[in-house]
Design a protein around this ligand. Structure first.
Ligand code: SAM
Length: 272
């Protein structure tokens, strides 16, 4: 099964759906007949400018229906419980308040709706040197109602992100090519100071996961009563990403907290 099939495996294209942040690489494009609306933090024109500057093909970028500017997604869309499915591929790690993101998605989903996520595995992308995100930072960001990334996160991101040759993501936890910093210390320092003084939204990875740190986080947030969505399906890392489907009713095999912790430790040992 390729990544598109994995992300679409619980989705009927005719049902009303939402794709968040599809930009240059949509999974469910309107032009392929999906009954979809699009949220992004930039307009189509701004996305084309941004990704053209990165040297990427911008032909697949579709018009954005709702441009997010810090408000809740239900307020932005103006409706509740209206979608049968939501796709967010390589987006959840960008959200300043991950709990709010999941709760906004829950409020937009119909009772039996699902949220399909593709998430970068930090062992196989530019987050390689960054620590995995623990529950504490996720809960604190929510309680502080973060709408932009904190200056500390911005400093951590720009100081530590790396690439391997020209690649910002790779197929194996680590291989023979040396890793090199994506930003100079001066650049990192300037981004950090800008966010500190101007309080702007920079589009970056706030959160870093391996598959079982993510599964554990979802289970803990649900058990703590902070989110309403639970794991419906999970697919381990292929290439640089893993896949998770969430919904209101849990299904599939459950693992104990201890088993999830052990699986997470095994993944982190693999990265060494
Ligand atoms: C790394 S790209 C992912 C693109 C594509 N979905 C993929 O899988 O390759 C992240 C996308 O999320 C959008 N984005 C970033 N932060 C966002 C936010 N807080 N809410 C909605 N979209 C956001 C970006 O503009 C971009 O389109």
């Amino acid at each position: 099964m390729n990544r598109k099939h994995l992300i679409l495996r619980h989705i009927n294209p005719q049902d009303p759906g939402l794709e968040i942040g599809p930009s240059h690489n949509p999974i469910a494009p309107k032009r392929e007949g999906f009954n979809v609306q699009i949220i992004d933090h930039l307009s189509r024109e701004a996305l084309v400018d941004k990704y053209r500057a990165h040297g990427l093909n911008t032909d697949k970028i579709e018009p954005v229906d709702f441009i997010w500017n810090g408000e809740s997604y239900p307020d932005l869309v103006g409706r509740h419980h209206c979608y049968r499915w939501i796709i967010a591929s390589h987006v959840i790690e960008h959200t300043p308040d991950l709990i709010r993101f999941l709760n906004d998605c829950a409020m937009l989903l119909q009772e039996d709706g699902i949220l399909s996520l593709a998430i970068p595995d930090k062992r196989c992308c530019f987050d390689y040197y960054r620590p995995i995100t623990g529950l504490g930072k996720i809960i604190d960001a929510h309680l502080q109602r973060c709408q932009i990334h904190t200056p500390g996160t911005v400093a951590e991101y720009y100081l530590n992100v790396v690439s391997q040759g020209d690649a910002i993501a790779w197929d194996h936890p680590i291989n023979a090519h040396p890793l090199q910093a994506n930003h100079t210390f001066e650049e990192a320092s300037s981004y950090w100071r800008t966010v500190l003084s101007e309080k702007i939204y920079l589009d970056l990875h706030s959160w870093c996961f391996v598959p079982h740190s993510f599964r554990l986080m979802v289970q803990d947030l649900y058990d703590l009563g902070l989110i309403q969505l639970q794991e419906v399906d999970f697919h381990p890392t292929e290439g640089c990403e893993f896949f998770m489907t969430l919904g209101r009713r849990r299904s599939g095999a459950t693992k104990s907290r201890q088993e999830l912790l052990e699986a997470m430790q095994a993944e982190l040992r693999e990265a060494v």
